[in-house]
Design a protein around this ligand. Structure first.
Ligand code: C2E
Ligand code: MG
Ligand code: MG
Ligand code: MG
Length: 287
């Protein structure tokens, strides 16, 4: 990795101390109520309708302000705190889904799991308990896992994924294209959806190779009976291209950035109203 190449770097000790103190702070993040979820809409391309959002974790650190997941998820994994974080996220997502449902909003929510979550048999039981308590439709939930996470202990992961799937939730492979899973392996996973990594999508209108990768991934996924989501859609050009490739859904800054719950609620209500006021689109458009 990049950090291993930097044998000497001024400030390295300071960074090490910073990380150590972050781990300690992270242990208190859940009990102190410092975690929060942002929600990013996912748009169905044929209908231009938003029926789903992805929950993205943020940490409101008392001294350092809002810390993004890329700065603390790896720390949480290495220090064994990730299970606590995932349990909190799972509960909060299901609670939010029930809250939206009670307000008459039919919104599905996707959440991210880490490799270590698949190495534990506790998650399916916890999921089943929350589902029973909040009585949401389990198919409203999407659990996102990366190829790399699944490959780490393929047999055991498969067992956990099957147990999660048996609860009635949807499963998605996140960041598709960045790992190295074999297609034969992918075929055996009980997944419903592929999310094409944003590194291919962001510049696809300018980079022909990326466009080819995206188009063939969509075809491949469709041939396997999977839905496809493109992440990192930042331009109209990329959006149009994805439409012409028959991609199912899109997520990205063009549609919306991730938003805090209250903002997401307002955004979703406005989008639903806007959709209802639009002239009806024929079934052919979504066929
Ligand atoms: P991800 O699941 O692939 O999420 C997509 C990331 O891309 C998010 O970053 C999102 O804000 C960002 N993004 C969305 N649209 C665009 C776009 O158009 N352009 C660009 N440049 N970026 C876009 P975020 O929120 O910083 O999350 C980063 C990663 O952290 C996530 O990648 C996911 O792997 C991980 N993560 C987030 N929340 C959780 C969580 O609750 N648990 C676990 N284990 N991991 C999480
Ligand atoms: Mg994700
Ligand atoms: Mg992703
Ligand atoms: Mg990612």
């Amino acid at each position: 990795s990049r950090s291993q190449l930097q044998l000497y770097r001024p400030g390295r000790d300071a960074e090490h101390l910073y990380r150590l103190s972050l781990v300690n702070d992270l242990r208190r993040a859940v009990p102190n109520g410092e975690l929060l979820l942002y929600y990013q809409p996912k748009m169905q391309l044929c209908s231009r309708r938003v029926v789903n959002v992805e929950a993205l974790l943020r940490w409101r650190h008392p001294q350092h302000g809002i810390i993004p997941p890329d700065d603390f998820i790896a720390l949480a994994e290495h220090s064994g705190i990730i299970r606590t974080l995932t349990d909190w996220v799972l509960h909060e997502v299901i609670r939010q889904c029930a809250e939206w449902s009670a307000a008459g909003m039919d919104i599905g929510i996707a959440l991210n799991l880490s490799a270590m979550d698949l190495g534990s048999g506790e998650l399916p039981d916890l999921l089943a308990r929350h589902l029973a308590h909040y009585r949401i439709d389990p198919s409203q939930l999407v659990l996102e896992v990366t190829e790399t996470a699944v490959m780490r202990d393929a047999l055991y992961s498969l067992e956990v994924l099957n147990r999660l799937k048996a609860c009635g939730v949807m499963l998605a492979i996140d960041d598709f294209g960045t790992g190295y899973s074999s297609l034969s392996h992918l075929k055996r996973l009980p997944v419903d959806e592929l999310k094409i990594d944003k590194s291919f999508v962001m510049g696809m209108a300018e980079d022909e190779d990326d466009a080819v990768i995206v188009r063939s991934t969509i075809e491949l996924a469709h041939n396997m009976g999977l839905k496809v989501v493109a992440e990192g859609v930042e331009t109209e050009a990329a959006m149009e291209m994805l439409r012409s490739f028959r991609c199912d859904s899109a997520q990205g800054y063009l549609i919306s950035r991730p938003m805090a719950a209250a903002d997401a609620t307002r955004w979703l209500a406005a989008a639903t109203e806007e959709f209802a006021s639009r002239p009806a689109t024929g079934p052919a458009e979504c066929g």
